[in-house]
Design a protein around this ligand. Sequence first.
Ligand code: BTN
Length: 255
Amino acid sequence: MSSALDAIQELDVCAIDGWTLHEFAEVTSTSSLAAHLPPWSAVAATVQTAGRGRTGRHWVSDEGGLWLSAVVPTPGDPALWTLLPLAAGWAALGAARDLGIVEARLRWPNDILVGRRKLAGILVDRFSAEAAVVGIGLNVSNRPGAVDEALATEATRLADLLPAAPARAALLVRLLAALTREHHRLEVGNFTGLCRDLNTAWVHRHVQVTLAAGRGVLNGHFDGIDSHGSLLLRNAGGECRVLPAHQVELFREIY
Ligand code: BTN
């Protein structure tokens, strides 16, 4: 374990299918800790005091949720790994559907939703050229709405969707196995297969959306992604704009 982590009391360390998982009771952010660890390490915590969401937002990380960060190797040309955030979303979606939540879907780029409520969020950090940290926040039996009133209507949890919330250990195994699988798909360069799968997972594909790209706000219909992972936005006249993921911010579905 890196000296940066020595000050924090570790609950457990165990091996899961090629991963070394470090478990903590309370951390600032599992992703910040994972940044100090080698590939195929993972960090999970009961509570995060400074959980981070995409675009600098705070991520509510109360007890009962699953807060997990996994370090994956990203060798070679960085361009080969631009699809990693989307691949991580597909991995988490597969894990949710395998639990029996068949109606789970993706919202671009990698939110896991059931209906309009968010079940899980993903943040991918590139702290170095050699590795990325995939952070997954999954609401299980925590109570995000008790921490932030807005989340009472915006979030959902496994406990709301299944007869009983699955055991934490089983969830960790499922998520890490799914990440290994999708990492392999990127490693061997099967981008077409991934993009095809993803285009089945936006159940609300063709929904009206608004997004910020560069300095402008764009509106149109979300038309999935192309084979490079770029977002396709169709305007009322039927013309399609191709927007590389890194240019797109503040994507919102409009109902
Ligand atoms: C989002 O939807 O905005 C992304 C949320 C990502 C939250 C997870 S919880 C585990 C890991 N640690 C963090 O601080 N953030 C990610």
